[in-house]
Ligand binder design. Structure first.
Ligand code: FES
Length: 157
């Protein structure tokens, strides 16, 4: 049994086999793997005796759940009103130029994913970008390459 299979089984067994828990179980898988592997969805369908299509619809409906692997670092770019007015779209273009990814995409090396999000509650620092849990306020195009490089260096790239 692979590590992934074992972990999926562990998550399933920690809940009763009841469809009421399907979202919670998927959230646990998302937390563990940063996405919901196909194997996890199939195992969940079997465990709950529920059609795969129902779980698939749920997984695509909730933005916090992803069926595709996400990057090691999640770049969240705020596009709330304050950040939008102060140029968040220019930053999105800058990230797309630097990393070749648009909203919802992951770099080929698996290092970064980009997500456009609503107000992060730090409007005074707009435009705001968050990488994992680190906030970068008053973001500019000029600051982008340096920040990205920090994570690349950390990963030895
Ligand atoms: S609008 Fe971006 S932090 Fe509020």
């Amino acid at each position: 049994m692979s590590d992934q299979t074992a972990k999926i089984q562990e998550i399933l067994q920690s809940y009763p086999a009841d469809q009421h828990y399907s979202l919670a179980i998927m959230q646990d898988m998302q937390h563990e793997f940063q996405y919901i592997p196909r194997e996890g969805l199939e195992a969940l369908a079997g465990y709950l005796n529920c059609p795969l299509s129902v779980l698939y619809s749920m997984a695509t409906f909730y933005k916090a759940l992803s069926l595709k692997p996400k990057g090691r670092h999640i770049i969240k770019l705020c596009d709330g009103t304050a950040c939008h007015i102060r140029g968040s779209m220019t930053l999105v273009e800058g990230i797309t130029r630097l990393l070749g990814i648009a909203d919802g995409e992951t770099t080929e090396d698996g290092l970064f994913s980009l997500e456009l999000v609503n107000c992060l509650g730090s409007c005074a620092l707009s435009p705001v970008m968050v990488v994992d849990d680190t906030y970068y306020g008053r973001m500019t195009l000029e600051k982008l390459p340096g920040i990205i490089d920090t994570y690349r260096k950390e990963a030895g790239i």
